[in-house]
Design a protein around this ligand. Structure first.
Ligand code: SAH
Length: 341
């Protein structure tokens, strides 16, 4: 049995014509899926006959909200959602003046092993399917009751380690018959799988690529990110330059600033030197304390100093605003807390 939600629109069209139905039915079905129906019977403008034909060969996966927390400070909503097999992942809805952004997960757990990250502690259980990734957006949109305008792939998992499914998801979420969210309103965050960055840049999707850099050189990066043993900072920066060249999009470098690890003046200078002249932006994230590790954020003045060193070298920098700080925010913590229960 196939999950209809996992098909791209073109694959759905093919399936529909293979079972002897006119192609325009695919548009109707695709639209229903993106509205969040959980059964074929809800597709009321489709004949009973076609509905039962579909039920013979396919099914519709569902994600449901297992836990939900709403920040009293800023309204941020954090969700633990349950997949059909009982696995759980996290998503977050953040409310901005320009619209609503949803942060979604792409894997159950993560294989990347970054030392400061809660998502990777139990390793990777499995990839999410394209439908399961899309369903998080649909599910949050239904819960919030307003159109989602932006997506960040910054939840649990490494998007480029689930490449094919993420590509299908991107095509579907962007599709005019579906949620129709423009690539310019989507950010994909990666710990830096260099080979996959080259592959992604060939698609020419004008999405924002976020690179979890977190260190200006290999020596420090290797102490916090195992992926640094596979790809050097220089190889990563070269891939980013290629991405910018292909997509004409500004890259965002994420830098989780950690006391005593990557927060020296020297680190700031080295970082500025590595990325100077690039169409890019640095996002400083005061590291979130995770129970299982001992990383601490530097104090505020120190972060401001780090920022001003970068700025003095002509780099665009922001310090990430902490949203939902009262609802156990950083990525992977909710799922961990739930599985520890
Ligand atoms: N695997 C992808 C997507 C995860 S995005 C990636 O690595 O980019 C989540 C972002 O939050 C990444 O930049 C990640 O490095 C960062 N992050 C994870 N744990 C964190 C913590 N404890 N404090 C601050 N940032 C953290």
């Amino acid at each position: 049995m196939i999950n209809l939600k996992d098909l791209t629109f073109e694959e759905l069209e093919k399936l529909i014509s293979d079972i002897g139905e006119p192609k325009f039915r695919a548009k109707q079905i695709f639209t229903w899926i993106c509205r969040g129906v959980s059964s074929f019977d809800e597709m009321t403008d489709i004949s009973k006959n076609l509905r039962s034909k579909l039920a013979e060969i396919s099914y519709l996966s569902n994600v449901k909200i297992a836990e939900k927390y709403i920040s009293k400070i800023d309204g941020t909503r954090k969700y633990l959602v349950e997949l059909d097999d009982g696995n759980k992942v996290e998503c977050v809805a953040m409310f901005y003046k320009h619209g609503i952004t949803v942060c979604i997960s792409c894997q159950v757990g993560c294989a990347m092993g970054c030392k400061f990250c809660a998502s990777t502690i139990g390793g990777k259980i499995r990839n999410l399917t394209p439908g399961e990734i899309l369903d998080q957006v649909i599910c949050v949109q239904k819960d919030v009751g307003e159109r989602i305008s932006n997506i960040v792939m910054m939840g649990i998992g490494e998007p480029l380690d689930n490449f094919e499914n993420v590509i299908k998801f991107l095509k579907n979420v962007n599709h005019e018959y579906g949620l129709n969210i423009g690539y310019r309103h989507i950010s994909l965050s990666t710990c830096g799988l260099v080979d996959k960055i080259y592959k992604l840049s060939e698609y020419n999707f004008p999405l924002t690529l976020s690179i979890s850099l977190h260190a200006p050189n290999d020596k420090i990066r290797k102490t916090i990110m195992p992926v640094a043993n596979k790809f050097s900072v220089d190889e990563l920066i070269t891939a980013c330059k290629k991405y910018i060249e292909n997509n004409s999009r500004r890259i965002s470098f994420e830098y989780a600033i950690i006391k005593g690890v990557n927060d020296s003046d020297e680190c700031a200078l080295l970082l500025a030197d590595k990325i100077k002249g690039m169409l890019c932006h640095v996002n400083l994230i005061p590291v979130n304390n995770v129970e299982e590790n001992k990383f601490e954020k530097p104090d505020k003045n120190h972060i401001i100093k780090f920022k001003s060193i970068l700025e003095s070298k002509g780099i665009n920098v922001t310090v990430r605003r902490e949203l939902g700080s009262d609802i156990s925010a950083s990525c992977g913590q909710l799922r961990r807390a739930n599985s520890n229960k």
